[in-house]
Write a protein that binds this ligand. Sequence first.
Ligand code: MN3
Length: 193
Amino acid sequence: MAIELPALPFDKNALEPHISAETLTFHYEKHHATYVLKLNALIEGTDLANSSLEEIIKNSKGPRFNNAAQVWNHTFYWNCLAPNAGGAPTGAIATAIEKSFGSFDEFKAAWNDKAVNNFGSSWTWLVKKSDGTLDIVNTSNAETPLTDETVTTLLTVDLWEHAYYIDYRNVRPNYLNGFWALVNWDFVNQNFA
Ligand code: MN3
């Protein structure tokens, strides 16, 4: 039972002009797919060969953790994006954001600040803590809040340069502007519920 590469939840040109088909082709077919290939090579013939991706992540360190977590992180990231999405949040997450950050604009400013200052290849996440409040968390490399039992992962942005270099060169703030035009609040609400 190898780990499978999930299909992208949209067409490769569906996120244009914010994220190009060229970026998605590289990001999905080269980066995401390669993490799946490497992970399957690392679990083949081991105790984890038939484990779920989540179990592998929670029971791994080093290259096996890195590849497994990157498979999960990317699948989660694709689901955080959608065509004809973005803008202000709706539903329960809108209320929770107001409670924790004051307003959506204040949340966006806090997120952008955290993401712009997240050094190197990294991810920025919105999580729900056990007391129901929200927090913005930075991780490096493949690290993921999935391994923190005290939080629920709600939203992420991939800050590795391969996520934005083709479209935005090294200008991460411009990529973040594109990201806000694509956030799939329905998915964030599902995670929050
Ligand atoms: Mn990536």
